[in-house]
Design a binder for this molecule. Sequence first.
Ligand SMILES: *Cc1c(COP(=O)(O)O)cnc(C)c1O
Length: 464
Amino acid sequence: MPSITEKMQSELALEEIFGQATEYALNYINNIGDQDPFPSPLAIAQLSYFNESLPTKGIKSTEILKLLHTYGSPATTAQTGGRYFGFVTGGAIPVALASKWLTDVWDQNSGLYLMSPVASTIEAVTETWLREIFDLDQNVVASFLSGTSMAIVCGLAAARYRIFKRANWDFNQKGHNGGPVIRIVAGDTAHGAVIKAISLLGFGIDNIEWVDTDDQGRLILGQLPELDDKTIVVLQAGNVNTGAFDPIQQVCKRANEAGAWVHIDGAFGLWAAASSDLKHLTRGMKNAQSWSVDGHKTLNTPYDNGILLCADKQALHGALQSSGSYLAYSEQRDGMLYTPEMSRRARAIELWATLKYLGKHGVDELVTGLHTRATQFAEQLRANNFQVLNEVVFNQIIVGFEHNDIYTQKIVEHIQASGDCWVGSSTWQGKVVIRISICSWATTSADVCRSVTAFIKARNSLAA
Ligand SMILES: *Cc1c(COP(=O)(O)O)cnc(C)c1O
């Protein structure tokens, strides 16, 4: 019997499983355009194949890949296709996906320059590109994180570190107890990830000073409380329902005068800044102190690609520092100073590949294109007597009905079952609505037409 080391060495030498994985992956990619956006009931039922107890003995590698492709692939949501509009997700730029494949093989740890000079170098370059694309000052640094949720946590942690430091309080040593009291101000439509970060960091949800918002979910400037230098204001660039943007410029002005810290949660919306047609939405964003944004939504990098941008590098490092006798920080970029994790895969490479591929103009075209498709979708819905409830300023559309919530839910079910497109429901101003999010580069004008037809069919079959 060969040992597992011998077995794995021969697998590497034979290359068979990599060819097999490539074949399956290409097969998936080639069929994604025709695949229903949501898996069929059969595909879901067959997921029971995975429900087994931990095996005592392993099986052949080729069998494992086969299982994944046979039962896994059909049970995926077709997020990389053009007709998935659920949540706020994002497709995948082909070269970003391919770069991820290649660099997965490298299996780099981007914790320290010494652990991976290439990951560190690419992170540093990507940071300068992000500054440029968002038109931020030279002192702004980037952290490469799993997603916006973690980016908000890190941004608020940096804010806390700075505010305490100004009061001569070393947060890392002393914690909250007995220290200055930090105020948190946010619009009342703030994303769940903001609320999670606030509870995770120990600020307490009950301590949030909520600010009223208007019919689009934008914070109302006149309702903003008096700010001071112990306040963190969390703004939103892109409401998950309407896509609306808070009045960033005006709030930043007031916050700067008061010495407050502004964090902008722009998971998908911050990319408006990269579109010449849409950048008015983020006007003044430069005057905030930290920004959270995803590569994996609007920019269409593969998942696991969040970014924190922070104008206070010392506060960020202060909040996230770690020590250990074996840690050798270098003159180069040491990734772990920017993130809660020590070990971390080199996710910035997909981001780098995406920006290198698209260039500034390509990012503009991509982001503007999502808005164009959203506008088309909204116009065609309106032309067919559907009620679009929001101003379609970015990529989000919400559709409401005169009928009760059960009716709306039924329409959603009909559309989902059609296989033509997938949309989800949400709640907006106390009513169930349909939420459409245009997030993938792959969505074409024809995809939108087919999806609008699915809406019409759903309404007709409920009328019948
Ligand atoms: C998606 C989203 C988040 C959370 O981001 P993740 O990448 O899923 O962690 C936060 N805020 C807004 C506005 C979002 O759309």
